[in-house]
Design a protein around this ligand. Sequence first.
Ligand SMILES: [Zn+2]
Length: 316
Amino acid sequence: MGDSKRRPLARRRSVLLGMAGLATTVLAGCADTGSGPVAPDRDVATEQSRPTGPATPPPSVSARSSEQAAAALAQPTAKPPAVPDKQKILAEFAGRQPKEWGLHVTGVVNDSPAKQVALTFDACGGPGGSGCDQALLQTLRKLHVPATLFVNSRWIHANPGLAAELAADPLFELANHGTSHLPLSVNGKSAYGITGTATASAAYDELMGNQAVMLDTFGKSPRFFRPGTAFYDDVTAAMTHRLGMLPVNFTVNGDGGATFPAATVATEVGRAGPGDIVISHFNKPAGATAEGYGRALPRLLDKGVSFARLGDVLKP
Ligand SMILES: [Zn+2]
């Protein structure tokens, strides 16, 4: 990576500014996929109250998590950091007042120092959000383009066979997209009409409920996290780090929550360059995401752009 070039600040800033105009679209789309057309509170509350995994992993989980993380990093001699239990996390974070709320708060990683582009696709689960865009996955496989797939607990429960298939495919890396697909807050801040987690305890459960589900299901702890709606505060971003995951967002909005037409997807994805992290969705097969990527990826490959999973370009 010694020859990696960071894009000039001015260009990156223009991407971020452009993204701000698209943010409502992308996150509204993400919210749609998570909890119905307008994410009614009742649905959110129902999902929030439905246990999807142990809120506090058993002691063996941390040990297994550490072993898996070390294996994944191919650094058998490295000693992975221990993941604090819920009691320790609450002692550390309860009472802390957040200063920031949004997509790009302190502690959230939005790009990488690598020369590759990191494509990320969310599967939000819930009513209307538990599909799978097979055409998109087929395009990625055909072109040998790797990607990181952020999956929610509800999507895993709705697609157990497919989830296992994706976990076993070396082209893909699975990451944590939350337990109930909630904005990650310590004081109940909202995003796109969805009330976020209301306490440090609830934020811990949103992070670690799905982490436990994924460890139990796939035998491996994810190393990256993105919440439903992609909203964090700075306290929950710090909590995510303490729990052994990198809180990740994006520099390029690829599909606007699977609402963009194919031409817009192709244009937006086509902007990606070294160090960019692109957000899109693979749970909305009726959208134009697959068609847009089908146009953009061959062009990017022809230009010499290369792709990597987050785990290849970022280390928690
Ligand atoms: Zn989502």
